[in-house]
Design a protein around this ligand. Structure first.
Ligand code: F3S
Length: 407
């Protein structure tokens, strides 16, 4: 691989041991994927933040880098942590876990990585533009960056994203190269999506992503050109991105009217059709558990936008929540919700903000049996990681369940 003089200096230790280790990781990765050079990235989204996933070895690795003087060279934000460090007690997180999670965040802070932890960094300033090269790790954010913003990123692992933050580089392969961004299948969506109050049919777009993702998996295709979706809000797109990544391993799609480069490449001949019937069947399948059995509700996978929080506040105004109900979002968005009075309304109902964390990376395994959510991705991991039965429902219906009697 060709390296610039600066990159070679990083590799040879001229910028300290942490940067050298980071460049070694990137050169190794580049060799595996046949990259000929590095590309400069303007921003990074680092995964590997929850202590639940990192464990002691991961924490020690981060601390060794921080002590060794490693520092981020570009804007870098974090993926959700394992707990809300301002509200961990109300969420039933142990003191021990909170302490370990705080150590993880402190190591990242020392490395000059912004310690707000979110899978929607594009909602608060980590917002690359069309054609910009970035290195993001969280799968839903990666799809959003590539397909909605038109930025260029592979789906980074925890170590490679961190290495990109510490060097400002990533190996130039995969979705950084135009030749890999061509669509390889056409998907016709034959379905209409009812406008929901609050502007977001997130559960429907989650089910659509699930339907398309599963079909792509079977067909061995990765970059769909999707026709038939007339419009989609930011909230619907983030739900769709999360679901497509989860069920289809997709990192890029082309959606005319949304994706900046849609139409820039020849259309593939292979096509498949997804119908309203398939989406409805998935929604039925994902809502089998009895409503009365729900003992946990979670909204905010991916993290809620301010518009979603405003809508939720309207739904919860004057209500009493009778089941554990987590609202997950980023700290910058929560601060805006505080200022607008939405937090007060939501907190008065008994629902709990779980800021900078989420129901998948928090240590909740074994605590709940049945989770209701509007997120198809949360359903997948709720079952696969946290052993819960799941219900995929619209936000309005979740509020009805949350406020209904438990006896
Ligand atoms: Fe975000 Fe956690 Fe869902 S990282 S996309 S809220 S699983």
């Amino acid at each position: 691989m060709r390296l610039t003089a600066d990159e070679r200096a990083m590799l040879e230790g001229g910028y300290g041991p942490g940067t050298r280790k980071a460049m070694e990781i990137l050169v190794g990765l580049g060799r595996i994927y046949g990259a000929r050079r590095m590309v400069a990235v303007s921003s990074v989204q680092v995964a590997g933040v929850s202590y639940d996933n990192l464990g002691e070895a991961g924490l020690q690795f981060l601390e060794s880098l921080a002590v060794g003087g490693a520092r981020a060279r570009v804007l870098a934000t974090l993926n959700p942590a394992g707990c809300d460090i301002a509200n961990w007690q109300a969420l039933g997180i142990s003191q021990e876990f909170f302490a370990k999670q705080s150590q993880v965040l402190e190591a990242y802070r020392k490395m000059a990585i912004t310690t707000t932890c979110s899978c929607t960094p594009y909602l608060f300033g980590n917002l690359p533009h069309f054609g910009e090269h970035v290195a993001w790790a969280e799968s839903s954010a990666v799809v959003y960056a590539n397909a909605v913003l038109g930025a260029r990123t592979n789906r980074e692992g925890g170590p490679s994203a961190l290495a990109a933050a510490l060097t400002g580089r990533t190996p130039c392969y995969g979705y950084h190269l135009e030749e890999n961004r061509h669509p390889d299948v056409r998907v016709h969506v034959k379905a209409r999506f009812p406008r929901q109050s609050g502007g977001a049919a997130t559960h429907e777009f989650g089910a659509l992503g699930q339907a398309i993702g599963r079909r792509l998996e079977k067909a061995g295709k990765k970059v769909p050109y999707i026709e038939g979706i007339e419009s989609a809000s930011l909230e619907e797109l983030k739900a769709f991105c999360a679901s497509l990544a989860t069920y289809g391993g997709v990192a890029l799609f082309h959606l005319p009217g949304i994706t900046p480069e849609a139409g820039a490449y020849p259309l593939p001949e292979i096509s498949l059709t997804v119908t309203r019937g398939e989406i409805d069947a998935l929604l039925r399948q994902e809502s089998q558990a009895p409503r009365q059995s729900v003992d946990f509700l979670s909204l905010g996978c991916p993290h809620l936008s301010l518009r979603e929080i405003a809508h939720l506040a309207e739904l919860l105004r004057g209500q009493v929540v009778r089941r554990e109900f987590w609202i997950t979002t980023s700290r910058p968005v929560k601060r805006l919700a505080d200022e607008m009075g939405f937090t007060e309304i939501i907190a008065a109902s008994g629902a709990k903000f779980a800021v900078d964390t989420c129901c998948v990376v928090a240590p909740i395994r074994g605590r709940f049996k049945v989770m209701a959510t509007d997120s198809a991705k949360a359903c997948y991991y709720g079952y696969a990681k946290n052993d819960m039965h799941t219900l995929l429902l619209p936000i309005d219906e979740l509020v009805v369940i949350a406020t209904s009697s438990t006896s």
